[in-house]
Every structure is written in C-alpha cells, then in structure tokens.
Ligand binder design. Sequence first.
Ligand code: MEV
Length: 438
Amino acid sequence: MSNRIAGFSKLSKTEKIEWLLNTYFTNIEASRDLIKQYWNTNEKLQKLHDEFIENTITNYYLPLGIAPNFSINDSLYAIPMAIEESSVVAAASKSAKFWLERGGFKTKVISTVKIGQVHFIYNGDYDKLSSFFDSVKSKLIESTNDITKNMERRGGGILGIELRNKTTDIDNYYQLHATFETLDAMGANFINSCLEQFASTLKDEALIYDKFSEEEKSIDIVMSILSNYVPNCLVRAEVSCAIEDLKSKDIPNPEIFASKFKQAVNIAEVEPYRAVTHNKGIMNGIDAVVLATGNDFRAVEAGVHAYAAREGKYSSLTHCTIDDGVFKFWLEIPLALGTVGGLTSLHPLVKFSLEMLKNPTAKELMQIVAVAGLAQNFAAVKSLTTTGIQQGHMKMHLMNILNQFEATSEEKTNLIEHFKTNTVTHSAVVEAIENLRR
Ligand code: MEV
C-alpha cells in the first residue's frame, strides 16, 4: 500500500504528474516529455480541457475524420467522426457515396420522450399511497416551477408522473415514473433536478398527510435519477432502391447480393452472438458522431443495447426486406442527444462539428447519427457477404503497421503502391519493409 496517496486532487497539475512519474514509471524523463508533448501550446485551450474533469494530466487524442456526401432527406451533409478504428470513416464514406447515387437516406424522428424515476420505499397500504399520490401530484409538479419555467417557455417540460407499484419485485418498493420533453438539450441535468425536487416534495408531503400512520409517513427515498433507457425517444433511418439499381463495381449480381445481404441481417435478428457484432458495427458509426458532437456515448450505448434486447432476446437493430423487386434496409434506435448545454458550447471541436452539420436541432442530430449507424452497418454487411471484411480492414491497417515500423514517407508511398496489388497481412508488410530496407 506504499503507493497510497491522500489529498491527490488538491495537488497542482505539476505535483500530480511528478508523484505519478516517481511512483509508477521507470523512465521518468521520457514519460514526462510524452505527457508534455500532448499539452496544447495555447494555454487557454489547455486550461479549458484541464477543467473538463478532475486530475487532468494531459490530453488523449482521437482522430476526427470526415465522411462527406451523405444525402439525408435530400440535404447533403459531411459527417464528423471521432474514432480510432482505421476502417470506419472510409466505410461510412463509401456507403454515403453508394446511397447518394440511389436516392440517399430517408429519416424520421418517431418520438422524443425522456424518462426519470424516483425510487422509494413505503411501508404501508398501497391504496392509501395511491390516494396520497393523486392528492399531491399537482404539488409535485408545482414544486419544480423554478426548474421548469425556461424549458416550458420553449415548449418542453414535464409530460407526466405516474406512481408505479414494484412490490412484486422488491418488498415495499415503489417509483415515481416521470416523462419529459427536453427539446434540444440531452436533459440529464434538467431531469435529475426535477426528480430530486419531486423526491423532496414527496417526502415532505407524506410527513403531513393525515391519513398515513406514523410508519407510512416516513417514505424512504432510495434515489432519484434519469433513465438512459429511452425506448420512446426513437429515430428511424432507411435506404431503399430497386434491386437492379444495387448493381455496381462491387456488386456484379444484385439479385444474389440482395438475398445474401438479407440473410445476413436475418441471422443477426435471430442469433445473439452475431447480433452483438452486427450491432457493434452500427455503434462504430453512432459512437463516432456522438463523440464528435460532444454527446454522452456511454448513455447512448447503454440505451441502444437495452433496446436491442427489449423483447427478451438480444437482436439486430437493423432490418431488411425484399418486396416486389425493392431492397429496403432500415435502422430504428433510441437516441437521447443534445445540441445545447453540456460540452456543446464548451469544446471548440464540438462547436466546429455542429457547425459542419449546419447547427442541427437535437431531432436533426438524432437523424444524422442514425444514418451514420445505418451506413456503417450497410458497409460492414456488404463486405462480409461479398469480399469478406479482412481485405478492406487490412488495407486500412497497413498504415498502422507502417507507423509501428517508423516507415519514412518515401517507404510509405512505395509500400502503399506495392499493396495495391498484393494481399496485406502483418507478415507480408514486415517482409516488404525488410526487403525495401535491405
Ligand atoms: C468491426 O469493428 C465491425 C464489424 O465486425 C461489424 C460486423 O461484423 O457487422 C465488421
């Protein structure tokens, strides 16, 4: 336990770094240089990043790439993607171009309801609790007036509160289950503030409710928190075209392609092992845009996967039909996103990404993000059912291998040319570098 430290967060940034280097590193000079190499020379910008979280020591870069040529409801977009996986942006761009020539992506926001819950324990008669809830419901809402007035002025706010009896799951366990419209905000702070106020009003009102016994009066609040499961904050993205229009350089036989593609989607619908990887491919596109636009990708991930398992079995988020010679492929997912608040006005690159997307409303952003997911899935399943995934992956991975071997620009140009006509494998690249250097 000799590495234990008290009051770490109170140390200065330099003190934190020195403690870290002296405690865990052998090459202290090199590690210190590395940390500092990633500091921004613009001190104001660095301070901004330092203050996003606690105990910041440096910055952790991810590439920000662009996938252009996305036609969404007949408007063109260049989509920003923050991601480390080499083939993702290339795949999105390829998909965008493919569908640009076939009518583009069509999208629709189905609903925008967010959810929050106050979880509490009440030891007593349910009918009495139910009457108490009916009598205080309007007080619960009124007590949040200060929190909700701005949101209400813009057309959002609390949509409803229900009392839910959960005693079949846990003895004496009940919920206030509340629904919200948070417009362009992701809404976490707004919802959590409302819920904490509901909890406090509920507790206070119970204490003075004369039909409750002494035991019933002491409602015990366990916690008040939004839910990241938002099955009624739903967006749909779709592509479709006549089967013969799928014909392209990579798809010489569109009939065979469409039927194999549909089979692959059907497999992901029924087989959870495949569904997880299939959906992971969708999240490659979703997370990259969610991250670039300063949204909470952990919340999105948790909610999307819960949705994928909503029928009791984990399943594909995309679906495909072939009817009357028309190929249709679509995605439906829950997305709680914001284009105001949070990082959106703080992180300069988030502002930049949002401007690139024409400063979308939250609803517009939901549609753009869903498209990125659908495009990514189309590219992955297309590769998987035709050439296999490794051909494209290894081509993109070539640069990573070259960088591992510290290839010069000249060596890179030479080897990229060489691998245009040769299969990329790790050993083939190593051999080619060695040959070149010999
Ligand atoms: C890799 O990041 C994603 C894929 O595995 C997705 C899929 O299998 O559909 C290619």
